[in-house]
Design a protein around this ligand. Structure first.
Ligand SMILES: Nc1nc2c(ncn2[C@@H]2O[C@H](COP(=O)(O)OP(=O)(O)OP(=O)(O)O)[C@@H](O)[C@H]2O)c(=O)[nH]1
Ligand SMILES: [Mg+2]
Length: 308
């Protein structure tokens, strides 16, 4: 399956709710009227696009439409919306290329954080596989020591991706796993270390402090802060993803977002305020449970998948 197909298939539900509702404004063969703008704005906001982004899109649409000789057709609106969404999402930009070996110091340290069940461990497996394809030597560190099952699950993903694994014991200190994994990686000339962490609610202070300790210990071993802190968010949580992003940014310098489970939700629009309101780049999207279902985020493909 090509990237375009992965997006089209993964965004089927979101497209149905977003474009499906917009299409219904047109009715049978009808063109768009000025009075329809209010319904359009409601649909945008209802699709988790966010108030500010929705207002901006509507304003731009009104401007473009007023310059037309006749009321716009459905196709015209689809083209405009695709352009608007692409432009909005390209603004946060800064796609970090994690697949190719690091240009700076080795090992590149990628810390993965997020609330319980957001898809961290699965995403790490998928990401490690992409890095291997990019020619890297990868090591996965299991700093989720709360449940024995979590350690086992990550080890299975490491094997599937064909990479090294350093894990702790159940109940062990997550920061000491990070210490051991980074020391081993430095000795072995590993290109990238991906650190899995236990799911934590952004509202639980001790766990957020633990995250800060992990960051500190990693810094002690390598002499610098983690190169990337990836926040994994579950797209099905909708607006709560915004709250999580704000809170996690307080405890760790989040450098980018991975939005998972886009295939299982109609709330794909949430990606827009995440990027436009928080200014955090969306790096990858998860569009399924398989090892190949993590794709680099593309504003164009996303826009095409949502509209039309
Ligand atoms: N459909 C779909 N399911 C996904 C995706 N990413 C992860 N999942 C599923 O979500 C569930 C939770 O994934 P995990 O990777 O265990 O989540 P986690 O964040 O590591 O969970 P904790 O370690 O308990 O905090 C699993 O059943 C995954 O298969 C995705 O992109 N699409
Ligand atoms: Mg996990």
């Amino acid at each position: 399956m090509g990237t375009e197909d992965i997006y089209r298939k993964g965004l089927e539900k979101s497209r149905g709710s977003f474009w499906g509702r917009i299409k219904s404004v047109f009715g049978l063969g009808r063109t768009l009227q000025a009075a329809d703008m209010e319904s359009l704005e409601e649909i945008l906001i209802g699709s988790d696009v966010g108030v500010a982004s929705s207002e901006r899109i509507i304003k731009d649409l009104e401007k473009a439409i007023s310059a037309l000789p006749s009321p716009p057709t459905q196709d015209f609106l689809a083209d405009l919306l695709r352009e608007e969404i692409t432009a909005l999402l390209s603004a946060a930009g800064g796609h970090q290329v994690l697949e190719s070996p690091p240009e700076g110091s080795r090992p590149r340290v990628v810390l993965v954080v997020g609330v319980n069940g957001s898809g961290k461990t699965t995403t790490i497996g998928k990401l490690a596989a992409r890095m291997v394809k990019g020619g890297q030597k990868v090591l996965i560190a299991g700093a989720d020591t709360y449940r024995a099952a979590a350690i086992g699950q990550l080890e299975i993903w490491a094997r599937r991706a064909g990479v090294d694994f350093v894990g702790g014991v159940e109940g062990g200190d997550p920061a000491s796993v990070v210490h051991d994994a980074l020391s081993a990686a430095m000795a072995k000339g590993v290109d990238t270390v991906i650190i899995d962490t236990a799911g934590r609610l952004h509202t639980k202070i001790p766990l957020m402090k633990e995250l800060e300790k992990i960051v500190r210990v990693a810094g002690k071993v390598t002499g610098r802060p983690p190169d990337s802190v990836l926040l994994v968010l579950d797209a099905t949580t909708g607006q709560n993803a915004l709250v999580q992003a704000r809170e996690f940014s307080r405890s760790a310098a989040v450098s980018g977002i991975i939005l998972t489970k886009m295939d299982g939700t109609a709330k794909g629009g949430i990606l827009i305020p995440l990027s436009t309101e928080l200014g955090l780049p969306i790096l990858y999207v998860g569009l399924g449970e398989g090892i190949g279902d993590l794709v680099p985020f593309s504003p164009e493909e996303f826009a095409k998948g949502m509209v039309g």
